[in-house]
Design a binder for this molecule. Sequence first.
Ligand SMILES: [Fe+2]
Length: 573
Amino acid sequence: MTTYRLAFKPSIGLYGQHDPSAVLFEDRTPVFGVEEERYTRTKHATETFPERAIQACLDYRNLELSDLERILLPYDPSLRSELTGHYVTDALRAPGLGRKLSALENTIVSQARARFVPTRQIENRLESIGSPLPPIETISHHRCHAASAFHPSGFDKAVVLTVDAKGEYDSTVVWRGDEDGLTRVHTYEHPNSLGLFFAIVTEYLGYRMFNGEGKVMGLAPYGDDNPAIERALRELIDTGADYDVTELTKRWGTGHGVALLEETFDQPRNETPGEFDQWEKDLAHTAQKLLEETVVDIAESVVEQLGTSNVALAGGVALNCKLNKHVRESPLVEDVFVQPVAHDAGLALGAGWSQQRPAAVDRQTTVYLGPEYETSEIRELLETNKIAYTEPGDLERYVAERIADGQLVGWFQGRMEMGPRALGARSILADPRTAESRDRVNRFVKHREEWRPFAPSMLEDAAADYLIDGAPAPFMIDAYDVDPEQTDDLEAVLHPADDSTRPQTVREDQHPRYHRLISEFADIIGVPVVLNTSFNDHAEPIVRTPTQALKDFYGMGLDVLAIEDVVVEKTES
Ligand SMILES: [Fe+2]
């Protein structure tokens, strides 16, 4: 009999405040997964219970909550109470009986709350969806990140690094992954947090924590080595395998750290996010350098210790593709797998996989776990809205010709991606070859700062020709240098400051229609690459439904919308 398990990240109360998601496992394989933000239409869906993501998981197989064998939550209350146990001993050492008793009372209350309240709170929310509830099992935050990195990596054995801001009380955890599963090797406890360190720099540069970190990474190559900044930062923090950033991070949140940076540099935080002077670019460059230096040093020291040269990465910091590039390029590292849903939305995937033997989990090669729509529904929607459409006999060829003509295409095909990157299911596509093409996307697609680079999708077969040490990279989570002889073909999709790129390689079995489109484009212009940016308007999550795609198509300067078998075009005025 088929069994179903539901894993979800609640993002309320003690469960972390951002990126709620849900994943349905059918006989232990994820068959549906989605972030709640795609329903709420607010990026990261902070402080939100993923009710609609849960409902979508259930609807995918027509299930009620009571049909599930169990529910998995990526948070372990007992871990927190073990930590409070430490505080009990600590409290009893404190002088004065009264103080001892009240400290003891507080820890007992907090221990009880940690053990029972979180699950109770979740049960209450679930009961509004359905009852009776199946058993609920809790698994530690970093163990879920670790399973999300190791189990689908295809590695028999690996060093697993989970690096984020905080999960329970952990910030960075080093694991050994082997056929028996995951063993914790070393823990860097909160507040000694690399995620929080980078979040503080992000906030100081004017962006929001858990949102602007990727922009700081993108800004970094515009900066240069700046000895004064580097000296000042190194006085505040220690880098490397014994890193210590607590001077900046010792209070939760970024307020203390930002204030300390303002004092250290005698300069207030940037009030115009998106616009940076050279000094601010140099700061981004230096922060990125210190982060890379630290994580690479951790990886190298453990690779030697554990006798494996495979590294698997997850946690919000692993979304930093330049960092991942440096880990991959270490002479001590043979192979790297980074979980594409590296941030907290991926905890639901890890929670489900953590229950299995790693060898029983298939290697992950796609993230198409979200909803899809039939062409018949789309025709009906267009007819109701009096929108003219065509159905070209060879859709891929037709769209490839439009891209080759310099048009901007909204591409909505198949099941939506889980994770932060659009990978050819909900993408905006353009010609990758020229700076003019890049400028056109910036001018007509309003969702990003102009200095930020765009990324390419390329046929997997072409990766070795274009990328230095090119290999299959299906998730846009790793960066590569580009063969200098090929940069002319890819001007629109290179980082303007360092000519690196963050590719998606595409194989036919991963997305047949996208693969065919890129092949047709190659047939026309000789370059098997398209520019691919996410299909969404400014500060909005990636589109989920055909209606959202249509609204964005008419709300932005796109020329063509290819939505399943149907094409909608704007007429020249
Ligand atoms: Fe996390």
